[in-house]
Design a protein around this ligand. Sequence first.
Ligand SMILES: [Zn+2]
Length: 376
Amino acid sequence: MRLFFAFLVGLVAETGHVLAGSRLWQPNTSTTHLDRRYFVINTDRSEGDRMIWPNRQIRYCFVNDEADDALDELINAAHDVWLRMGLGSEFTIAKVGRDECTGDHRFDTLMFYWTGDNGRMATFEGLPATGSLIRNSENPNVRPRSELTTSTRMGMLDQQLNFAHELGHAWGLYHEHQNPAFWSRGTVSNALGGSVFGPENDGNWRCQNLKDYQDRVNGGGLVVQNPNNPNNNGFGPRVGVETLCKDYDFARKGQFSARDYLPMPKAMGIATSSGMSTDDVDWSSIMIYPSGAGAIGEASPANDQRAAILLKTDGSRIPINDSPSQRDIAAMHKLYGRSNRAIAKDLLQKAGGTVTSNFKKLFPESQGNTDGSGCL
Ligand SMILES: [Zn+2]
């Protein structure tokens, strides 16, 4: 069942009303801006399949000693980056024993994997919700996980910043640019008609510059599995690269990197604003990709020669942001501020359906949406 999803418009913020204290006590950046814009996991069980970390604590371990040696210090440094920018000290990370991560608490802990000096990055956002399909999986590899590389040639070209970005995912933040409100309606699935990204906004979506685009052209796209179809050995139609560049679900299923750019099905996330224009984007977020992320071209620290995938609406490049923004911090406080209500709702509601349309078609008998955000 597809349920109606409403964007939570920050009514309080829109009116500029300060709930307590004086406006003079507020930081320089106005509350209006702080409260409005971010994109996070949908913890409503009737729509999404995620929940936040209990007690605002990420409990984590490493798959092996090698990963521990390579990553632990950087993970703690990344957490410090968030704290320095104003994340409440009640947000903690706790390294726990491997036995806790592999036993009954598998779905309530985060396992870190090291993908070496040249591997990929991907992190499961938040935790799978109570009663979600993911928690029914008997496959031990299905679990909250974070795969991290120590490469400085991808993402934000900096280990600590890349890890801080991944930690944002682990807490439950999605990519700022994947908010469907920002994308033009017309050709791209899930897009809600925004004036920022998408082919209809001056071609501001250059899928052809993705590193793995040419491979997909040569390889002929993705063959969709359809176990409900007894003909053709359970396979459905072939989806070409044009579609992989326009549909988040197909790109995700095809493990094509456009999935880390394209607008997500609206039920997967909560945006606290329905704003659709360039002023509504948090260009300073640590959760927005710099223009070159995942693009063809060479990059190393302070030397970014990568082509652009998305640009700002004035044609300039989206920069590499050097810390979480104040709106990132506000997003965390708001998401976890809702925790009691969300958890109570979890307990009251029976396990419902997961998300939308292609999602069910593409993940028919499986654990759902377990691979997390990849990062480029
Ligand atoms: Zn990411």
